[in-house]
Design a protein around this ligand. Structure first.
Ligand SMILES: [Zn+2]
Length: 242
């Protein structure tokens, strides 16, 4: 049973701890697994670098075993190169997006909802989050259970981007990147390269057995809300909420 505290930290029954860090533009998650390994899931944007470094310092995170990126967007990969150097660790990104992380350049998705389309039109015009410091030696993120020790698994959850992945901790919590974006009662990502695959990704996430799904944008999503959202998405003629 996962225990959550103030929507900022969680503890699994297997002794793994997850802490949400950096919440202005985009959250990332510090994970200490039950066997003492330390990971950072996503890296936010350079503007949040100092604040997140201070948070990690307070948590006692002086070194990392690896940085895992859920996808190649600039608001997730923005500090990957800097923190790979600082924490002396490798960076992993979904295999199909390694080229973008290596180049430090991503293609932002189109809007999947009317609001998303409007926001993304502005972002694209301003080139927000399209470029970031390249990570020349980024490695492909392996998929499967226990790929980073007994506590961490990785599942493919494409939709927001073609190769987005989610990190599963002890089968109790999933760190989903932008596979879910939690705004109000909606969890459908307003921007997506493959909006038609988002429902499949949600099915994969529910299939992990996780009780809580932790997003980069917005608060945690419980199983019941994700199940309701998937049912609504699958209702004939129903379109995602904007
Ligand atoms: Zn994204």
């Amino acid at each position: 049973m996962l225990r959550g505290m103030k929507n900022l930290s969680w503890q699994t029954s297997q002794g793994s701890r997850i802490v949400r860090v950096g919440v202005v533009r985009s959250a990332c998650y510090a994970v200490e697994t039950g066997d003492g390994r330390r990971y950072l899931i996503d890296t936010a944007v350079p503007g949040e670098r100092a604040a997140i470094e201070a948070q990690l310092e307070r948590l006692g995170f002086k070194a990392l075993d690896a940085i895992l990126l859920t996808h190649a967007h600039g608001d997730h990969a923005g500090n990957a190169a800097a923190w790979s150097r600082r924490f002396g660790c490798p960076v992993y990104a979904p295999a199909g997006e390694v080229g973008q992380v290596r180049a430090g350049r991503c293609v932002l998705p189109a809007g999947a909802t009317p609001l998303g389309a409007a926001v993304m039109a502005v972002q694209r015009r301003l080139h927000v989050c399209e470029t970031f410091e390249p990570v020349p030696d980024v490695r492909p993120l392996p998929l499967g259970e226990g790929v980073f020790g007994p506590h961490l698994g990785v599942v493919a959850t494409p939709g927001h981007t073609e190769c987005s992945a989610s990190i599963v901790v002890d089968g109790e919590a999933a760190l989903v990147g932008d596979a879910l974006i939690h705004r109000g009662r909606s969890v459908f990502p307003p921007f997506a390269d493959r909006p038609e695959q988002v429902g499949d990704a949600w099915r994969v996430l529910l299939g992990t057995g996780a009780e809580t799904f932790l997003c980069a944008h917005g608060g945690p999503v419980g199983r019941a809300l994700l199940e309701r959202s998937l049912a609504a998405l699958e209702r004939p003629g129903r379109r995602p909420r904007a």
